[in-house]
Design a binder for this molecule. Structure first.
Ligand code: TYM
Length: 402
């Protein structure tokens, strides 16, 4: 009896964990995304949908769509059906301002959201959950509020259109119609349900337990009367990585019960840590990630020193066997950020066959990332306080659908 019980516990704890606060693969392996789709009950984003996006927007699909970085969805087909009929929608995404600098993984949903905003010509709301990070990261109210504004600068640097974008901090904006929706949502979720979805325990403070409605209600147009009065049926599409799915499973469960549309989602896999593809990057280990504040020298050092290589131990063996692309981080990173499809294919073919060495692949990656981070740095330096105020002003957006 005793032994059986222990085995049960062990097999449970070695399962992969993906939620907004923890991402870890089973037994230190890779995240099994097919399993996640089954477990969460979302749908796979297939080639026919990518083709449909291309047709509807008359532009090439984003690299993240072409390469399956955004791999799962919920009701994205309904958003496209409605769009085809001439109905618009709005985008909602967010950031929990827990640190001064974003890492490259954080940029992924924002780069993709910018493409969606441009391609579909739709409004966008961006939530900065300074309240969430204050409660989870033990930051003071003042510090997380300050970080929200700092992070807004990085988000603006991604190139969003101020005439279609509203960025808000929870500390500043929660109230009025937004708060009324929070209360409607909160009344529909029992403590048992919240514990089941989010893994809360009796030891968690009640601030955490009361938070999920805050992230839920930007999914409803009536939370933004200055933007969507008279458009209460507008559909919402949320781009994010799949770690945020629990919030929106809850939201979708509650929405019809309070008379609202369920938000649709388009969800990405994780940009992995330098050390390997078994989870997200860790804020507590600066060598696990490239940050938007890293210098060219930092990038070079981190990649040369820490990026996990699928190459063989010796040149002879490498020439003979080739690299294992399945576990190789430089190739994985290039799959996210090297735009040129034919160059990527060439690298994979040559490296996989052992004709190209790890050092050469790393060199190309260093060039790609240095260029990207430098571009971001310049764009961020050009973001003024007045621009932040303009994006964060509670105001109508008269030409948000044009
Ligand atoms: P946060 O700040 O943890 O993350 C911001 C966004 O980045 C995504 N993300 C990643 N994407 C790819 N690879 C990674 N390694 C990686 N790490 C993080 C997250 O999924 C997220 O989309 N609670 C949220 C803030 C939030 C939000 C939202 C996010 C509020 N409302 C609506 C998405 C949609 C948070 O703390 O995100």
């Amino acid at each position: 009896m005793e032994v059986e019980k222990k085995e049960e516990v062990e097999s449970e704890s070695s399962e992969q964990v993906v939620n907004p606060w923890e991402v870890s693969a089973k037994d230190g392996g890779k995240i099994d995304y097919d399993k996640l789709i089954d477990k969460f009950g979302c749908q796979r984003l297939d080639q026919s949908m990518v083709d449909r996006v291309q047709r509807l927007t008359s532009r090439p699909p984003h690299v993240f769509l072409r390469r399956g970085v955004f791999f799962a969805h919920r009701d994205f087909n309904e958003i496209l059906d409605a769009y085809e009929r001439g109905d618009k929608f709005y985008l909602y995404t967010g950031r929990g301002p827990s640190s001064e600098a974003l890492h490259l993984g954080h940029l992924i949903p924002f780069m993709f959201t910018k493409y969606l905003q441009e391609a579909f010509k739709v409004p966008l709301v961006i939530q900065l959950t300074d309240d969430e990070k204050c409660m989870w990261k033990n930051l003071s109210v003042e510090e997380s509020h300050r970080l929200a504004r700092e992070n807004a600068k990085d988000i603006i640097a991604c190139g969003f259109d101020v005439s279609r974008t509203f960025i808000f901090s929870d500390f500043d904006y929660v109230g009025g119609a937004f708060y009324k929706n929070m209360v409607k949502v909160a009344k529909c979720v029992t403590l048992n349900k919240a514990m089941g979805i989010f893994g809360f325990t009796g030891e968690d403070h009640i601030g955490k337990i009361s938070f999920p409605p805050v992230q839920a209600v930007p999914s409803f147009p009536s939370s933004f009367p200055h933007l969507f009065t008279g458009e209460e049926n507008l559909r919402c599409l949320i781009p994010c990585a799949i770690d945020q799915d629990p919030y929106f499973r809850m939201t979708r469960d509650v929405a019809p019960r309070i008379g609202y549309n369920k938000p649709a989602l388009i969800e990405s896999s994780f940009f992995p840590a330098l050390q390997g593809e078994n989870g997200k990057m860790s804020a507590s280990d600066p060598n696990s990630a490239i940050y938007v504040t890293d210098t060219a020298k930092d990038i070079k050092n981190k990649i040369n020193r820490y990026a996990f290589s699928g190459g063989q131990d010796s040149i002879e063996k490498h020439r003979q066997l080739g690299a294992n692309l399945e576990v190789d981080i430089p190739v994985k990173y290039l799959t996210f950020f090297l735009e040129d499809d034919s160059e990527l294919e060439h690298i994979k073919k040559e490296y996989g066959a052992g004709r190209m060495l790890t050092g050469e692949v790393k060199k190309r990656l260093i060039e790609v990332l240095t260029e990207m981070v430098e571009r971001h740095r310049r764009a961020r330096a050009a973001v003024t306080d007045e621009m932040v105020d303009a994006f964060m002003a509670v105001r109508p957006l008269p030409s948000m659908f044009n």
